[in-house]
Design a protein around this ligand. Structure first.
Ligand code: ATP
Ligand code: MG
Length: 314
């Protein structure tokens, strides 16, 4: 089975439990929860039993350990995670504004993961992987971005595949060098997983159908558009498939897209038809929002089956 690699930030997240215009108002805060988009993604891949690994860096502190314990328990190879004494594990604070939108404070660039560098363990790990999943947040710190792009190019050069979730937060958009890095990634992308307006990041088309057609013509093989509480859609040369949203109570939307991506990539790599991969991903995203904490809603196959095929006869 193809082993999946992701590169990027491992964080702890502190979550506001009430809405408010600032962290002073949005009290109390709870956490730390294991987090980081690539970490959530790869945790979901591991929970589905697909071989997988993360290349990252944490501090020699309890925040790093919280993450490493969780990832290892869920089947993720953490041999490519360096533990840096004297440095701090990354962190993110999230609060919900009165309109339900989210505001983040990220500490990635100045944390251990922002200074990811090449290591012999990391190089050996890249060689064992045949698929790379890249997230836009991994491009938000220079050291991290350089290593992510290098891993991507090595895996593609030996005939591997690339999935790409832009996952762009307003907070990271002014990162120096972000735009050329995004263009470099898209040129190598086999499977593109945008949400919201991200479908328009690389095209001049002004409607969704035009954007999809443009990207498919430029060599992206599969496109999956995440639509939050409206479900999701898959597009390839053969056409379009939609997944209606699964009715759930939304407790905390952070991590839905990452869990969705982890499930889609696992089934796609296993050769499942797009409709099957989409159904499982849609279920993984739905289940993710029912749990407080970004990584708390990653799912096993049995948990996804229970959502896709409701128990009959009760
Ligand atoms: P994030 O980056 O914050 O993790 P995202 O914007 O990448 O999220 P979303 O579109 O919010 O991703 O969610 C991913 C998928 O999860 C959706 O396409 C859908 O399948 C599922 N999903 C998300 N929210 C809900 C919801 N409230 N009800 C049902 N399904 C949901
Ligand atoms: Mg996302």
């Amino acid at each position: 089975m193809t082993k999946v690699l992701t590169v990027g930030e491992i964080l702890v997240e502190i979550v506001a439990t009430t809405r408010g215009d600032g962290f002073r108002e949005a009290q109390p805060l709870i956490g730390p929860f294991p987090s980081g988009s690539p970490a959530i993604f790869i945790d979901q891949v591991g929970k589905l039993g697909t071989p997988c690994a993360i290349l990252s860096r944490v501090g020699a502190d309890d925040f790093g350990q919280v993450n490493l314990d969780r990832l290892a328990a869920d089947g993720v190879d953490i041999s490519g995670v360096s533990v840096a004494p004297g440095e701090a594990t990354g962190s993110a604070f999230v609060r919900y504004r009165e309109d339900g939108s989210r505001a983040f404070i990220f500490n990635i660039a100045n944390s251990a993961c922002g200074r990811l560098d090449a290591t012999p363990e990391g190089d050996a790990l890249i060689d064992t992987c045949g698929h790379m999943h890249l997230m836009g947040t991994a491009l938000s710190a220079p050291g991290l971005a350089a290593r992510a792009l290098e891993a991507m190019e090595r895996i593609k050069a030996k005939g591997g595949t690339l999935s790409f979730d832009p996952n762009l937060r307003p907070e990271i958009l002014d990162t120096p060098g972000l735009r050329p890095a995004l263009d470099r990634v898209l040129a190598q992308t086999d499977l593109f997983l945008p949400s919201g307006d991200e479908i328009f990041l690389f095209t001049a088309a002004c409607d969704e159908a035009g954007a999809v057609a443009d990207l498919l013509a430029r060599g992206v093989r599969d496109i999956v558009i995440k639509r939050g509480a409206q479900g999701a859609s898959h597009f390839d040369a053969k056409g379009r498939t939609d997944a209606a949203p699964i009715a759930v109570e939304e407790i905390d939307p952070t991590g839905a897209g990452d869990s969705f991506g982890g499930a889609f990539v696992s089934f796609w790599l296993a050769g499942a038809p797009p409709a099957t991969a989409l159904a499982y991903a849609n279920a993984a995203g739905a289940r993710a929002v029912t749990k407080l904490g970004p990584m708390e809603g990653t799912s096993t196959r049995a948990e996804l089956d229970a959502l896709i095929t409701p128990v009959q006869g009760h």
